[in-house]
Design a protein around this ligand. Structure first.
Ligand SMILES: [Zn+2]
Ligand SMILES: [Zn+2]
Length: 141
């Protein structure tokens, strides 16, 4: 999602209705680098729109995925997380605090072909303990 305006015109062009609830979900996603799950977003948007249903949040995420304005991450063990940053980047999952962070590899070769298969995109998930949790555990010792 580059910006909300482009995203909205894409949705309009596809014939999706832009209800205030859907707009609220989209606004919460703009520039959001916390990689929220559908229920995280539902809890957030509910603060401003108490009448919003989980189905609305879920459907909005589905149509945003359809127009390729968000990416789905399956880095966590039990839920899908969403990323409005559709640029090529990888993710780090902290097993201590559960945060999902953007990571950028310096040696990020653009793979176009692997074992005869044509590559469209590549997602790498790293798992471990994040720098903040490492610092916190060092203080305790
Ligand atoms: Zn952590
Ligand atoms: Zn990301």
């Amino acid at each position: 999602m580059e910006n909300v305006k482009d995203c909205l015109s894409k949705l309009k062009a596809k014939g999706f209705k832009l209800t205030p609830q859907r707009l609220a979900v989209i606004e919460h996603l703009e520039g959001n680098s916390s990689h929220p799950s559908a229920s995280d977003l539902f809890e957030e948007v509910k603060k401003k729109y108490p009448m919003i249903s989980f189905a609305t949040v879920y459907n909005t995420l589905r149509i945003l995925g359809e127009v390729q304005e968000i990416k789905q991450l399956t880095i966590g063990s039990d839920k899908v997380n969403f990323d409005p940053n559709t640029e090529q980047h990888d993710h780090f999952f902290c097993r201590e605090c559960g945060k999902i962070m953007d990571v950028f590899r310096k040696d990020n070769p653009e793979v176009k072909e692997i074992n005869g298969h044509c590559v469209h995109e590549c997602q790498i998930y790293f798992y471990g303990i994040c720098s903040e949790c490492l610092k916190a555990s060092q203080k305790e010792e």
